[in-house]
Design a protein around this ligand. Structure first.
Ligand code: ZN
Ligand code: MN
Length: 474
């Protein structure tokens, strides 16, 4: 048997920040599609004589991310120009941070198969995004011609560089999930924003391959899975990559192909950016920034376990799947005090419906009020589990209240006295059940419950029916 070949992965992640304006000018930092080259000004177009003005929120966001990723924040932070000649960057340099960024030498803990692992964060820095190249009639390697749209130029980015500490694409998935949750909780990033990655990946004995510019959370994982299996299959045949190369990921074919043999960082010729001042980080300034930081997801998990007595697992699901789910949970928790009922229904049936409709909680029509009213009916026993499972589908897709749905769909809800009548009738029909029960056969009631459910077409709640039966036969 051929031994499984481990891979080594390191990441450079770019996440777009959700600030109102761009990083060095007052143009809106918009995610909406605008006409090409309309969301621009002299600064983000790099006109000669213009000077950048640093967006304070972008900078402070960078410090918060550094803190959340357990990085050291240097005392004196500055910006640098990364020189390169390419049509997506009019100035022929990108303003970024190189020598002294907002964060250095941090880490994130991830857990996989019960094993805790530290992923080292080499650095975190902020920078401007270049414009967008649109390759007509093909991709970057074979298009007829290329257009450029500078609307994106100057969009604030946070770049996070890890050490090559990952040993599988799955570990990367866990890391990115946590990272996304951290950025969401800091209110720096939301799911509408773009996350991109350059990933270095190699297997033992081979040179590393850099897969450039993979856009989107799921594509990052897919690209790594493809590249890992490609290198693994080659390695099993004794073929190893000899020279470091850069490849591009194709979203349609889900494969990678060679772009170029990579230049090194030094080739970019970084120089100090003289138009932006040094950022002096004294204790007071840091304290001020840290004091405005929101609760981080790991702390939130701990709080959910303590405050709401949810399991660790359930708390993780709610908090790391989508921050909005955890927010939704907390709103419901104000309405109905049965926290496990809320959590369990969310993590199972509600999430199933959302996934089925391919919609996020934020975009779906259901809200905490509707969901809480629905849960209250389950808790009181007015709504049987079977009915509830049916009706939740409509709650998610229509945004109507549970009362309205019951009325519209003419769902029969049995009142207590109606159930009593049915039960008394069934007891008369099956007197043996009571005799059996009274002679110590507790299970005999289950038969009666079954009959009631059949009679009510499963609209009656089991717990409630049992209670009423016991009341009657006592
Ligand atoms: Zn601008
Ligand atoms: Mn970058």
């Amino acid at each position: 048997m051929i031994q499984d070949i481990k891979c080594i992965i390191g990441l450079e992640i770019h996440a777009q920040m959700n600030t109102k304006s761009k990083i060095f000018c007052s143009c809106p930092n918009s995610i909406k599609e605008a006409k090409p080259n309309t969301n621009v000004c002299e600064i983000c177009l790099g006109y000669p004589g213009t000077k950048p003005a640093l967006n304070k929120t972008v900078f402070e966001n960078g410090i918060k991310i550094a803190k959340a990723l357990k990085c050291q924040v240097p005392d004196n932070i500055f910006f640098s120009r990364k020189s390169y000649f390419y049509p997506d960057m009019t100035k022929n340099f990108q303003i970024t941070q190189y020598e002294i960024p907002v964060g250095l030498n941090g880490y994130m803990k991830i857990e996989y198969k019960g094993v805790m692992k530290k992923i080292k964060i080499r650095r975190a820095h902020i920078e401007e995004d270049p414009g967008k190249l649109i390759h007509k009639g093909g991709d970057i390697t074979n298009s007829e011609y290329t257009l450029v749209d500078y609307n994106r130029a100057g969009t604030p980015l946070i770049e996070i560089v890890t050490d090559p500490d990952f040993n599988s694409p799955h570990e990367v998935l866990i890391f990115l999930t946590k990272l996304r949750a951290i950025l969401e909780h800091l209110n720096i990033y939301d799911t509408e924003m773009i996350m991109k990655a350059d990933a270095n990946i190699s297997v033992k004995g081979g040179a590393r391959v850099e897969v450039k510019n993979i856009t989107g959370f799921h594509n990052i994982i897919k690209a790594l899975e493809y590249e890992y299996s490609r290198q693994k299959i080659m390695a099993k045949q004794g073929i190893f990559i000899k020279q470091q190369e850069t490849r591009a990921y194709n979203e349609k074919s889900k494969t990678t192909k060679t772009l170029r043999i990579k230049e090194s960082e030094a080739d970019y010729g970084y120089i100090f950016e003289p138009d932006l001042s040094w950022q002096v980080m004294n204790e007071k300034r840091l304290k001020n920034i840290f004091s405005t930081m929101n609760e981080l997801p790991d702390d939130r998990v701990k709080r959910f376990v303590k405050e709401y007595t949810l399991t660790d697992e359930l708390s993780n699901v709610l908090i790391y799947t989508d921050k909005a789910l955890a927010d939704f949970f907390e709103k419901c928790a104000k309405e109905i005090k049965d926290y496990n009922l809320i959590g369990n229904w969310m993590a199972t049936h509600l999430m199933k419906c959302l996934n089925y409709n391919n919609v996020s909680i934020t975009k779906s029509k259901i809200n905490p009020e509707i969901f809480s009213d629905f849960l209250k009916m389950i808790k009181s026993g007015d709504l049987s589990e079977r009915l509830a499972k049916e009706l939740i589908k409509d709650l998610v897709s229509t945004g109507k209240s549970i009362k309205q749905l019951i009325k519209e769909k003419k769902v029969k809800i049995y009142k207590d006295n109606e159930l009593e009548e049915i039960i008394i009738k069934l007891i008369k029909k099956n007197p043996q059940v009571i005799t059996d029960y009274k002679s110590g056969n507790n299970k005999s009631i289950n038969f009666l419950i079954g009959e009631v459910l059949k009679e009510t077409k499963y609209a009656a709640d089991v717990v409630k029916v049992r209670k009423i039966i016991l009341k009657i036969i006592q």
